[in-house]
Design a protein around this ligand. Sequence first.
Ligand SMILES: [Zn+2]
Length: 163
Amino acid sequence: MIRALVLPYYRLLRSLPKTDPSLRQWRTRCRHCGLFFLTYFRNAWRTDLYCPFGCREAHRKAASIKRSTAYYQSREGKIKKQALNRQRSLVSPSPTPPPLPREPIPWPRDTVEYVRAVISQIEGRPFTLPEILTLLARIVRQHRIARRRRRDQIVAWLNEFPP
Ligand SMILES: [Zn+2]
């Protein structure tokens, strides 16, 4: 499944410099999984970037856990944690409203934002998030239909020529 998606993606990525030579400078590689992706040209020389297909988010989470663990193990962090725990036991839950939830979308946000940036660059105009979501939904639907057609053809062929 991944392979089926990665190959057309690479073909498209390779064809991009032909349509717009400046895009060649935007290509970089994920330091974790090695996939190529486009980034802001000022960042393209960097070798410490993570791709927007999951590695970036995983790295961000791991770094955040590491940071907070390190902080709470420091002297300053331990004092702060004690104070927080004391406060929690004295005061009833605070009435501060939770942060506004971002509208859920069916794909990882990093990936959608990446697609949005690349398509905006290729098309030469900024695309909105709803536009990209509509576009992605249409592509996924077409992909599913094509897959179903292929499966139906194989089943029909097997019915005609049983093994
Ligand atoms: Zn990656």
